[in-house]
Design a protein around this ligand. Sequence first.
Ligand code: ADP
Length: 496
Amino acid sequence: MKSLFRSAFGEELLDVFEFSPIAMAALDSEGRYLDFNPTFLQTFGYSRDELIGVSNRVLTHPDDRDATDRHRIALLENRGVTPRMEKRYVSKSGEVIWAITNVTSVWSKTKEFCLFVVQIQNITDMKRATSALIESEARLRARADASRDAFWDYHHLTGEVSVTSRFWEMVGHEAPGQVAVGDLYKHVNEDDLVELSARYQAHVESRGAIPLNIELRIRNRVSGWFWVILRGVVTDWDESGSPVRSMGAVTAINELKSVQEKLINSSKMVALGEMAGGIAHEINNPLTIIKGYADLISMQMAKGSITSEEAIRMAKQISETSSRIARIIQGLKNLSRESQESEIRVHEIGEILDDALSICLERFKSSGVHVGIDVDRSVRIRCNSIAISQVFLNLLNNAYQAIANQEVKWIRLTSRIEADQLILSLADSGPGVPKELRSRIMDPFFTTKAPGEGTGLGLSISKSILLSHGGGLHLDEAALNTTFVFRLPLATFEPI
Ligand code: ADP
């Protein structure tokens, strides 16, 4: 060995090879072992005598033997092949060893081939780690695929996003692998996309402090729109603070949504029930007026003391008053419809307010409540009109109950526009909400009312309706009187 290496590399490098932690061997042109360093023998578990003169095919894994021969011949023929080769060996004890071999061909001055010197770097551990990593990634992916959630991973610089197969199952399309983010947006409701972009902006601007968590509608190719929750987080930022990578999950929540809708609907029926006593008033008063005029006409006709102008005026009153009853019944019909039946579309706020007022205004007036309405009726909002009428109804009902035992009874509804939002304030002359209860009044089932008078759902449901419309609800703690303020985004210029 020493003489071989000495002739190949010179005296100075001899020690380096002798004590190298890398296995090294010298081979002849046929690939037979001529000599080895101690690390080589240690690696393969053979003694020097067992290997001298043995073909390297013996140590090579059966599947890599032919490739090893081809590599050796190519090196001998000096075809300019890379001296590096990744291959497997088998040790004496049968252990498979992955290695990177580096073959140096040594030639004499007269260009005669002398020997090969092979350095063998054992990479078995690295290979094991890599395959374990690949396996665990595959397992993770399989778990993600099996999950009812879809996961997404967005690279901002390339604009590419990868989503797990569950997403494609949700939208009913073949999984295309990586896609541009714009291709994913095609499956999302356009209005929700505007909201998503605003929420994402807020998440980025707050450096992740405002969580990205939004309910969206996405469309399945066959069954149509359905609701999901999209959650996400920016995981990598560049030095200038711009996002580089974000990840998150998409969860289908249709079932949850339908339970929510049912709850909203049943609470509305409760609110309507609370109004029912009042509805008798709403209808009784105009009926009394109608009866009064009808009796008057017939009495005066019998006496022959009525002019045709007077008869026409009274008939007109009868007709107008019947229209009022028709409006009340229509409002009641509108409100008692299932709110899912009503599509989200553009409405004037006045028309929605009328539905709610039609079934309570008479009762308020007959209980001596002064109702002041100063609302710009023509403001347009994009909404589910039944749901928003329900919000009016809940808040009006609360105000009415709060002032029932007050000496001064008034309810005032005003509107203003602020930054693309319609702000409605409903104030009443009641005693207000005690400070210690303020943080709890919007909690579901929180009520201070006697059983039968309140369910504790009015405010929480109103708030969730407004939130799902991109608006909100709060108690104005700075106002002098009890004032609930609710916001709704204005509709852009779309046809009604
Ligand atoms: P409910 O009216 O059935 O109790 P809500 O969720 O509508 O349920 O209201 C929760 C609670 O908030 C009420 O029980 C009441 O204590 C308080 N509240 C709501 N509106 C008013 C109001 N206008 N004035 C005073 N307290 C109110």
